[in-house]
Design a protein around this ligand. Structure first.
Ligand code: AHM
Ligand code: MG
Length: 337
């Protein structure tokens, strides 16, 4: 039975029996993410004091400038995940291709793949605004004993066994699901442990916050433009106009909307015809969390978790948040089809 102030380590062990596969390996994998999160948190908190802010001088496969902290977080998560004999492959926003991990007597016995955005929202690092880590975990589908394959990563989001995020905000929180609800843990920096602070998190069914980069308005599809106008219309009984809040850090915008009730949108646009966010390590984990927290996620037409991936760094339009708000936005999109 979970209780407030329980440590994350205790919670993982206590809830192991509710995992789809309860061999202890997933617990150990979650524990390694917990550990890496603490190490990255320590470094994020020093931004400004040590030489860790600014560009690293490279671009990733998506043509984006890598920040020093992007690279640091990527290295730490990969190192930590590689050490235990559980993960057979890792895909990261910062790596061109997936990484094959061969351990347990060089015999490819590990069962899990991890997809990760080690430091999301990194344009916010230099200005002391919240950033996050997003992770997604699957069982491999190719036979154990053989090297991991691309198809192990290109699974539908509905096949995820666990997903979560770390938000490095006013406090640092780790929020995750194993398909049995969503729980949030806050790091006590003095002790170095995460404690259960937000048990059984749920999106309010309705909300009054919309989060979208309105600077791109002119390039949005008509359905999204109409929905934004709807959010801004006066209607006292429906609590409109809604409030606009956009941090530009998916994890932080999602986290706020889950607590207060709201909708996050990154639609396709003339500039980004497929949207900007990546299906496998940004949208799917958030969609799994959203559904587990009684929210909803789609591209306006198709449930995010039903999209069949074709590429590691694939982008999709993303609408996610309180159920009634997402359904309303979908109805505007579908009217303009
Ligand atoms: P990143 O992975 O390069 O940091 O990009 C993802 C981020 C999201 O966290 C955020 O919601 C979005 O990009 C903001 O994009 P924009 O600045 O175009 O509004
Ligand atoms: Mg990202």
């Amino acid at each position: 039975m979970s209780r407030k102030n329980q440590t994350l380590g205790e919670f993982i062990i206590e809830n192991q029996s509710s995992f789809k596969y309860s061999s202890g390996e997933l617990s150990s994998l979650l524990n390694s993410i917990r550990l890496a999160a603490k190490v990255v948190n320590h470094e994020v908190n020093k931004a400004g004091l040590v030489d860790i802010i600014g560009a690293a001088g490279d671009t990733n496969i998506q043509g984006e400038d890598q920040q020093k902290l992007d690279v640091y977080a990527n290295d730490k998560f990969i190192q930590t995940l590689t050490k235990r004999n559980i993960v057979c492959g890792i895909a990261s926003e910062e790596e061109d291709d997936f990484i094959t991990i061969n351990s347990q007597d060089e015999n490819h016995q590990n069962k899990y793949v991890v997809l990760i955005d080690p430091l999301d929202g990194s344009s916010n690092i230099d200005v002391n605004v919240s950033v996050g880590t997003i992770f997604s975990i699957y069982r491999r589908v190719t036979p154990v004993g053989t090297p991991v394959q691309l198809e192990d990563f290109l699974q539908k989001g509905s096949e995820q066994v666990a997903a979560g995020y770390v938000v490095y905000g006013t406090s640092t929180m780790l929020v995750y699901t194993t398909g049995d609800g969503v729980n949030g843990f806050t790091l006590n920096p003095a002790i170095g442990s995460f404690y259960l602070s937000h048990p059984a998190m749920e999106f309010p069914e309705d909300g009054s916050i919309y989060s979208v980069n309105e600077g791109n308005y002119i390039h949005f599809p008509q359905g999204i433009k109409n929905y934004i106008k709807f959010c801004q219309e006066e209607n006292e009984s429906e609590n409109r106009p809604y409030t606009s809040r956009y941090i530009g850090s998916l994890v932080s915008d999602f986290h706020r909307n889950m607590i207060k009730g709201g909708i996050y949108m990154y639609p396709q646009s003339l500039k980004n015809p497929e949207g900007k966010l990546r299906l496998l390590y940004e949208c799917n984990p958030m969609a799994f969390l959203a559904e587990q927290a009684k929210g909803k996620s789609s591209d306006g037409f198709t449930r995010t978790l039903d999209v069949v991936p074709t590429e590691l760094h694939q982008r999709i339009p993303f609408i996610c948040g309180s159920k009634n708000m997402v359904e309303k936005a979908e109805s505007f999109m579908q009217k303009e089809k």
